[in-house]
Design a protein around this ligand. Structure first.
Ligand code: ADP
Ligand code: MG
Length: 451
């Protein structure tokens, strides 16, 4: 995820995986995620930490955990040394980046940034009615950063291409505007960076880092919800960049005024520029996306009827569309068979709901309620307790995915819930599923049982 790559053949990725499994996620993220391999041989792995207090804290708090993890790998033993960046690499970039003149960091991955995906470009983005405006606005901003629309606020549901567009802007700017520090950042990492900086008294460096940015691309700003300190810090960063006419582009799952648990002053800043939403793609766009992806990723011309069949299986999420495409093309290339409509149907049979036997919504609600120890009456109730809302969201999600019912129809099933509530629930579960393997597995099980 970060700009620095692991050394080829390094033992660090394996050890890191072990540590990730052994430690609470927060500890892992705070203490091990920032480490980089400084050098390595058969006996020794030297890891570079941001500063000497970091090294001391690692020694004090995590030495035994690291040794156990090495033992658990059951490979040849080796020693891990922690060093600060100044002591291993006197001329190292991370130690000196903040002191370098701005022109020296051109095209370099800034200290506080995630890398750009080179595949996410404008020319690999399929434009349709659902995303035409957002795409045009993004291109305008990439042509004239800081001039045309500032900030640009892109919003829409899960898997509709927000991150793709954000990277496309970044890729275009990194390629064409020399001397600008173009920083792409998941909002989550802004929070992580802030937490680490507070803990190590490095706030001046933190502020410096963000305020010398030329173009700031922030993904999934809704992640700052309820995080007051992060919102405050982001607000200040925003103001500094904005007043210096630096371009800011933000993505979110909702438009500014619907961002729950976000300070009013931030929402009004976001709303002050250009808002562009992305809607679910229509059938033609979905077909075009499938054909473009097949050509681009597999060098394959997808038959129209095959593309149409796949497109019909997915409501909106383009990532799911890609998942089905990958499954079909993988099956085809493994078996050497020609990818025609029958083949596609066969390849997707296990992952799609059975077309012949429609699943009833009542059956879904009953099964989900039962699984979570609730009565049907409870899961349909208006109660907002978490024990009930979460299963209810899952039931709504499954109704949407497995039956042909519309959002308002599902809402009526649940005691007359508004269709936007159903939509929100479906998106919530969709989003969680992407990052939560246990939920993903549970949904799989439900789907199989119900099918
Ligand atoms: P979001 O950030 O809105 O959740 P992403 O940008 O991550 O969605 O998109 C999910 C996947 O779908 C990515 O692989 C992206 O390339 C692809 N995708 C989405 N919209 C389009 C489009 N219009 N053309 C091509 N690919 C798309
Ligand atoms: Mg995204």
């Amino acid at each position: 995820m970060n700009g620095v790559r692991d050394m080829p053949g390094s033992v660090w990725p394996t050890l890191r995986r072990q540590l990730r499994a052994d430690l609470p996620p927060d500890d892992f993220r705070t203490w091990f995620h920032p480490l980089r391999v400084a050098s390595e041989d058969a006996e020794q792995l030297v890891l570079e930490a941001p500063n000497s207090r970091f090294v001391a804290a690692l020694e004090e708090g995590f030495r035994p955990v690291v040794d156990w993890a090495i033992a658990d790998l059951k490979g040849p033993t080796f020693q891990v040394l922690f060093k600060t960046s100044d002591s291993v690499r006197p001329s190292g970039r991370s130690a000196t980046a903040s002191r370098k003149p701005l022109t020296a960091v051109v095209h370099e991955e800034p200290a506080a940034g995630d890398s750009l995906n080179p595949q996410y470009r404008f020319d690999s983005f399929v434009v349709g009615n659902s995303n035409r405006f957002a795409c045009a606005a993004s291109q305008a901003v990439a042509e004239k950063p800081g001039v045309a629309y500032n900030p640009l606020f892109l919003y829409g549901g899960v898997g509709l291409g927000k991150t793709h567009l954000l990277h496309a802007i970044g890729n275009r700017l990194r390629g064409t505007v020399p001397g600008k520090r173009v920083v792409y950042l998941a909002a989550e990492n802004f929070v992580n960076d802030l937490v680490t900086s507070i803990r190590f008294d490095r706030m001046p460096a933190f502020r410096e880092r963000y305020r010398t940015i030329g173009v700031l691309l922030v993904d999934d700003i809704q992640f700052l919800a309820k995080k007051e300190r992060s919102q405050e810090e982001f607000f200040h960063t925003f103001n500094v960049l904005y007043s210096r006419q630096k371009q800011i582009i933000v993505t979110s799952d909702a438009q500014p005024r619907d961002l729950a648990d976000m300070e009013e002053r931030l929402r009004s800043r976001f709303g002050s520029g250009l808002l562009a939403d992305i809607q679910p793609p229509d059938l033609e766009t979905k077909v075009a996306i499938l054909q473009r992806k097949a050509r681009q990723l597999q060098g394959l011309e997808l038959d129209n009827d095959v593309a149409l069949f796949i497109a019909r299986q997915v409501h909106s999420n383009v990532r799911e569309l890609e998942g089905l495409l990958n499954r079909v093309t993988a099956f085809a290339s493994l078996s050497g068979a020609r990818l025609d409509l029958d083949f596609a149907k066969e390849a997707l049979r296990d992952v799609l709901p059975d077309q012949d036997r429609p699943i009833s919504a009542a059956h879904i609600v009953k099964s989900v309620a039962h699984h979570y120890g609730l009565k049907v009456r409870e899961i349909k109730s208006k109660s907002n307790s978490r024990q009930i809302t979460y299963p209810r969201q899952i039931a709504m999600y499954l109704c949407k995915r497995l039956t042909g019912l519309s959002y308002p129809e599902i809402g009526r099933l649940f005691n007359g819930k508004h269709h936007s509530t159903v939509m929100y629930s479906v998106e919530q579960i969709e989003r969680r599923r992407a990052g939560d393997e246990r939920l993903a597995a549970q949904l799989e099980r439900f789907t199989r049982q119900l099918g």
